[in-house]
Design a protein around this ligand. Structure first.
Ligand SMILES: *Cc1c(COP(=O)(O)O)cnc(C)c1O
Length: 367
């Protein structure tokens, strides 16, 4: 079986360095908020090209804390609206509703799978406070258009960069295009920890300070609480492991790009709709998502031929039971995407033989 994503193999590349990092933390006797987190935050901020990085417990918390900080700063309040793509992973939307704000869903562009900027303006109301851009599958949203709409209406922009570490537009990286960005280091993400982890990047000093405090019980100074915060911190251990993996991120992105280029050049089955690419340096190929009409049939065929696939995602947020009030929304592009998408295996450790096999078998699919 060709695995969809072989995490064991990915991390095994760095066994010695990861073990050294583990030993360093074990022997330090200091496991929360120490030198490892500080060092990783500096390195990741530098990598993204932002002034600040705040390590948090996971990607969902990163997004929740950004909005929560804007509430503490009086920029947003209960009942305000945030514009978000309708076809995102549920976490983007949870971060908005968890804060008592309203997610306003906008259809994506069928060729990029990212929010369609031409549909944003008609969704702006006096209650709109922000646009959350999601760089879905590792491909940057159209940040130039999004930022120009935001500045016209005086809105904040938040990036959900959980799938896009290292993606860029014109050399400017994901996480540096907005007021604040949320990253996830969930093990399967392009920069994955060996457990949960996340981060916020921002250039805003005040936001940095409030988010840092909010994630640490609302405290800057032990036993002094300025906010009713939560406990959402990146562990020393995960930070140490992430510092190792960050060194290899660009190399891993290049390997993913190589696989994606092979697929794009050599998959030529008319039944399969390939992802479109403007300039490939933007895309970090967290996922390689194709569309087919009879998805289940296609997945069964690949599985019979020992190729594992996954669907990102089978049910759109507005059709989830958790969002019953959104169930009646009419979002045909989002629904079409959710019915047709299939993710082929892509990873930095997929071998050339495996890529050849996948291409060969996909090309022989008869619909
Ligand atoms: C993974 C992901 C998140 C959430 O990250 P966690 O670390 O799993 O909480 C948020 N948004 C998107 C688009 C994601 O893919």
């Amino acid at each position: 079986m060709i695995k969809f994503l072989d995490l064991q193999k990915i991390n095994a590349q760095y066994t010695i360095e990861l073990q050294n990092a583990f030993s360093r933390v074990l022997n330090s006797g200091w496991y929360i908020q120490g030198e490892e987190v500080f060092q990783f935050e500096q390195k990741f901020a530098h990598y993204c090209g932002t002034k600040h990085c705040i390590g948090v417990a996971n990607g969902l918390d990163a997004l929740i804390l950004i909005i929560r900080a804007y509430k503490e700063l009086g920029v947003m309040t209960d009942g305000d609206e945030i514009i978000v793509p309708a076809n995102t992973y549920i976490a983007s939307i949870l971060a908005i509703s968890a804060n008592g704000l309203i997610p306003v869903l906008v259809e994506p562009d069928l060729s990029s799978y990212n929010i369609d900027p031409s549909l944003i303006e008609k969704k702006i109301t006096p209650k709109t406070r922000a646009i959350m851009a999601v760089h879905l599958y590792g491909n940057m949203a159209d940040m130039l258009s999004i930022n120009s709409i935001a500045s016209k209406y005086n809105l904040k922009v938040i990036e959900d960069a959980a799938q896009a570490h290292g993606a860029e537009i014109g050399g400017k990286k994901a996480g540096s295009w907005s007021s604040a960005s949320g990253f996830s280091f969930y093990p399967g993400k392009n920069l994955g920890a060996l457990g949960d982890g996340g981060a916020v990047t921002t250039d805003d000093d005040e936001l940095n300070s409030v988010i840092r405090s909010l994630g640490n019980y609302g405290s800057h100074q032990k036993y002094h609480n300025d906010f009713q915060g939560i406990n959402s911190r990146l562990d020393e251990l995960q930070a140490a492991l992430l510092s190792v993996k960050l060194k290899f991120l660009d190399q891993e992105i290049a390997a993913r790009r190589n696989v994606a280029n092979q697929y794009l050049m050599r998959i030529n089955n008319p039944e399969i709709i390939l992802p479109k690419l403007d300039k490939d340096e933007h895309h970090v190929w967290h996922l390689f998502v194709v569309r087919v009409n009879e998805r289940l049939n296609f997945q069964r065929y690949l599985s019979t031929n020992k190729i594992q696939t996954v669907v990102h995602y089978p049910i759109p947020p507005h059709k989830q039971k958790a969002y019953s009030s959104l169930n009646t929304l009419n979002l045909p592009i989002t629904e079409k995407i959710h019915q047709q998408v299939v993710s082929l295996p892509i990873s930095p450790v997929l071998t050339n033989e495996e890529v050849d096999t996948i291409i060969d078998i996909v090309n022989k699919y008869e619909g």
